[in-house]
Design a protein around this ligand. Structure first.
Ligand SMILES: C[S@@+](CC[C@H](N)C(=O)[O-])C[C@H]1O[C@@H](n2cnc3c(N)ncnc32)[C@H](O)[C@@H]1O
Length: 263
């Protein structure tokens, strides 16, 4: 990846994690995921094991070849990010100036921890997160394993944060089914849950970012966002693959007074 000039006085190469990237918990030993969060340093060993399988070009091999030739995967490996997804947050933050030193941030769908690394590196003072998958510890953050949609999870995260949040980020993505309408509805469902959680935990003026897929069902969520935040934008960061319908909603300036009170 080419270096990013942030426009906010930040260094061009935003993070250099000392030493080699750690083994990621989201690098599934059993099979390959299409998920682009797959930790880059595990790919070579996957390639070796796939090469031992004789014969046809499988979808896995095509996926692996794409990963190996992806400049973001290579840059993540070199710079010590746990995922290529880290660059998406870097790009979103460079553009929208979301993370400020001393902030309290919630990271939903954190594994393997690329976004968590970025949040900590950019100066957040308190970072809590959750993922279905275990996440190797990130110094300066507390990430738990669990399902965000569990009824007790929101309360657990609120307890861990011990106060209001300045920023709620959701990079959660369900496993794709291949049926785009179904995938769209599932990811919007997760984003909506994240938004309602954000309503409970965000301080006035706070921000909310969530991954969605283009497809239409996000319109209702956008209406809610526009009501509750001063500014709502869409962004597809350059690191987001062009052939993916993924994009992010970025809402800033939370206005709790504008939320409809229950009757
Ligand atoms: C694209 S990955 C996140 C990548 C991460 N932001 C990073 O930079 O490393 C999406 C994650 O969402 C998680 N996820 C999906 N559904 C979830 C749920 N209901 N609760 C918690 N995590 C979930 C998946 O396990 C997956 O690790």
């Amino acid at each position: 990846m080419s270096d990013q000039k942030t426009g906010s006085g930040r260094t061009k190469q935003p993070l250099r994690v000392a030493g080699r990237a750690r083994k990621s918990s989201s690098a599934p030993g059993a099979g390959l995921s299409k998920d682009d969060s797959d930790a880059p340093h595990t790919l070579r060993s996957k390639a070796v094991s796939l090469r031992t399988a004789r014969g046809r070009t499988t979808a896995q091999q095509r996926w692996l070849s794409r990963q190996l030739n992806d400049p973001y995967v290579q840059a993540a490996h070199k710079q010590g990010w746990r995922s290529r997804a880290a660059f998406k947050l870097i790009e979103l933050d460079d553009r929208f100036h979301l993370i400020k030193p001393g902030m309290r941030v919630v990271d939903l769908g954190a594994a393997p921890g690329g976004w968590t690394q970025v949040i900590v590196k950019r100066g957040a003072s308190r970072v809590v997160g959750v993922d279905l998958l275990p996440v190797d510890p990130v110094a300066g953050a507390d990430v738990i394993e669990g399902d965000f949609t569990d009824p007790e999870m929101a309360g657990r995260l609120i307890g861990m944060l011990d106060g209001k949040a300045d920023l709620v980020l959701s990079d959660m993505a369900p496993n794709t089914t291949g049926h785009s309408a179904t995938d769209h509805i599932r990811i919007i469902g997760l984003a909506e849950e994240a938004l309602h959680f954000a309503f409970d935990i965000l301080a006035e003026g706070g921000g909310f970012v969530a991954k969605v897929f283009q497809g239409g069902a996000e319109r209702a969520m956008l209406d809610t966002l526009k009501q509750a935040f001063s500014l709502v934008r869409h962004a597809k960061p350059p690191a987001s693959r062009k052939d993916s319908s993924e994009l992010y909603v970025v809402a800033t300036g939370f206005r709790p007074d504008r939320l409809k009170k229950p009757e």
